[in-house]
Write a protein that binds this ligand. Structure first.
Ligand SMILES: C[S@@+](CC[C@H](N)C(=O)[O-])C[C@H]1O[C@@H](n2cnc3c(N)ncnc32)[C@H](O)[C@@H]1O
Length: 270
């Protein structure tokens, strides 16, 4: 009865607006007995790999990154000319990107006005103050510095922020660009869960969107070379035409934008 009364309140109290992660039991059931068997996982105290970014990271301060992100970012940042990082904090990561990508334009956004002190136009590091969910603000940043070929979201880490920024910025990424979302692990903690859907849940929708054409087909004949049932065109969500591939790492999701609009698949049967 008390719960029923709470549900009628216009704004439920704080504790009821949090979404604890409850899917562990369902995950274990889905894994089956071999994959779900409990084993011990140890801490990683090995010396970090000696790589160009690792050396820059080791010489950087005022920065906060999980060590295993570095090789992921070495791959993500290949060929980057214009980079946007959401979340400036103490400015250390912007300076690290500056050293790693000496020719690139580095742009950081943060809603904390104190981050403005890390604006350094003489070093082609630019900081703008605003909320990552404010699309008018994001639009102004794109007008001033875009299109970006690499975007890294290391901002508020709440699903609404991560998903909201992605929904606006990914379609506006340069063709062939890369969008990385950092610290998706945070969504498993109630303090970083402002809605029921996590960024990993959203990633699953992106994977479905890549397969949207197949949702509207009923057999392989509809994309088979030379078959009378082959479809010449089809209305699909934009996402199906611009998501090239999705990589899921421990706590980082990387979504690659296609170089050009994707076409319907084409099967050969001989
Ligand atoms: C994890 S820190 C960034 C760390 C930095 N990128 C690094 O690697 O050292 C996250 C930053 O995101 C900012 N932030 C949180 N929510 C935000 C939002 N809604 N819009 C913009 N910035 C936000 C915080 O002020 C904070 O400075």
């Amino acid at each position: 009865m008390a719960m029923f009364r709470l549900a009628l309140l216009p704004k439920p109290p704080f504790i009821f607006r949090r979404y604890p992660y409850k899917a562990r039991g369902r995950m274990l059931a889905a894994l089956g007995p071999d994959l779900a068997r409990p084993v011990v996982m140890g801490a990683d105290d090995r010396p970090p790999a000696d790589t160009p970014m690792g050396r820059i990271f080791n010489g950087s301060d005022n920065i906060h990154k999980l060590r295993h992100y570095l090789p992921i970012y070495e791959s993500v940042l290949q060929g980057t000319e214009r980079m946007l990082e959401i979340g400036v904090d103490r400015g250390g990561s912007l300076r690290m990107w500056r050293k790693y990508l000496p020719e690139a334009k580095i742009v950081g956004i943060d809603f904390n006005p104190k981050a403005a002190q890390y604006d350094a136009p003489d070093d082609d590091i630019h900081v703008r103050i605003g909320d990552q969910t404010d699309v008018a603000f994001l639009g102004r940043v794109l007008d001033e510095f875009g299109p970006f070929d690499t975007i890294l979201d290391d901002g508020g880490h709440q699903p609404s922020q991560m998903i909201g920024s992605f929904q606006y910025l990914f379609p506006r990424l340069a063709p062939g660009g890369v969008y990385a979302v950092e610290d998706v692990c945070a969504n498993y903690w109630t303090g970083y869960r402002d809605r029921s859907e996590s960024f990993i849940d959203f990633t699953k929708w992106l994977m479905d969107a890549m397969h949207a054409p197949y949702m509207q087909m009923s057999s392989v004949f509809e994309f088979q070379e030379g078959h009378p049932k082959r479809r010449r065109e089809m209305e699909v969500p934009l996402a199906a035409t611009i998501i090239d591939r999705i990589e899921v790492f421990d706590s980082v999701v990387v979504v690659h934008k296609a170089e050009e609009p994707k076409r319907l698949a084409r099967a050969a049967f001989r």
